[in-house]
Design a binder for this molecule. Structure first.
Ligand SMILES: Nc1ncnc2c1ncn2[C@@H]1O[C@H](COP(=O)(O)OP(=O)(O)O)[C@@H](O)[C@H]1O
Ligand SMILES: [Mg+2]
Length: 255
């Protein structure tokens, strides 16, 4: 199959903004869907992981998340890391020193691919440890396909935009940190009300690309930072806790 044909095919499977008013959105699309990324999506389509690329759920600093459908008509979330505008330095810091990703590179594209693979691997490990994260489905190059969290009408809102019981959310975070640490041997490294979804009555931890193995030289520092941020956030909501209490529970967590 010729590249042009593949591109044309993918474009028929994408719900793209067309109106003039959607200038911002169109800019996003042209940044995200370079030819290499379209070929990657084409490959995931031919394997049935993706059938339709639906509307964007989020336009982040490094990646964009789209809603989509797989071949069987199930909703999926597609996270696409942009190669051109990625934060090379930040990604390197979280990859170097992780024993799973030896021999890293100065090549921007390869680093972004490693970043997506790392997120997939982290999701697998966390799921295996019993942490509620989106189920990883497939990955290739800079594209990650995972379980979609939300309803047919709308994606699940972030914790920061939701109403919830602070004690319950706090328990979710500390238990997740504990299972990640003891079973998955990972530290999330970016725990916040921006990286937890509220899906009906369950919480889901997301955005795990930066999570590092305990052997990473910054693992302890990141754990302490997560504990500090978690304590500060939940104390404001009236939960009686502090950094030390969280660290103690995480390190002693045996569930
Ligand atoms: N599996 C998912 N299901 C539904 N929405 C998601 C999913 N993953 C991410 N999102 C949405 O996309 C946003 C960005 O995803 P995230 O992984 O936090 O990336 P980043 O913060 O690096 O841009 C999230 O805040 C959330 O709203
Ligand atoms: Mg995020």
């Amino acid at each position: 199959m010729k590249v042009e044909e593949a591109i044309r095919y993918v474009e028929t499977r994408m719900r793209k903004p067309e109106r003039q008013e959607d200038r911002e959105l169109r800019k996003t699309y042209s940044e995200v869907f370079d030819n290499a990324t379209i070929m990657t999506i084409y490959d995931l389509m031919s394997k049935g992981y993706i059938d339709i690329v639906d509307f964007p759920i989020s336009t982040g600093k490094e990646g964009n998340v789209f809603r989509g459908y797989d071949k069987r008509g199930n909703l999926i979330a597609i996270k696409i890391y942009r190669v051109a505008t990625s934060n090379f330095r930040r990604m390197s810091l979280y990859i170097q020193g992780d024993p799973r990703f030896k021999g890293i590179t100065r090549d921007r594209r390869k680093l972004v691919y490693t970043w997506a693979r790392k997120e997939y691997n982290n999701l697998e490990r966390l799921m295996g440890a019993g942490v509620r994260v989106p189920m990883p489905i497939a990955h290739k190059n800079n594209v990650l396909v995972m379980e979609y969290i939300g309803s047919e009408e709308m994606p699940a809102p972030l914790l920061k935009d939701s109403e919830f019981d602070p004690e319950e959310a706090y328990e979710f975070v500390v238990n997740s940190m504990g299972k990640a640490y003891n079973q998955a041997k990972l530290v999330h490294g970016d725990i916040s009300e921006y990286n937890i979804l509220v899906n009906g009555d369950e919480f889901v931890l997301i955005d795990v690309a930066q999570a590092v193995h305990l052997k990473h030289p910054s693992a302890e520092e990141l754990l302490v930072r997560d504990a500090k941020n978690t304590a500060r956030y939940f104390r404001k909501l009236g939960v009686d806790t502090d950094e030390g209490e969280i660290l103690r529970r995480v390190r002693e967590c045996t569930t």
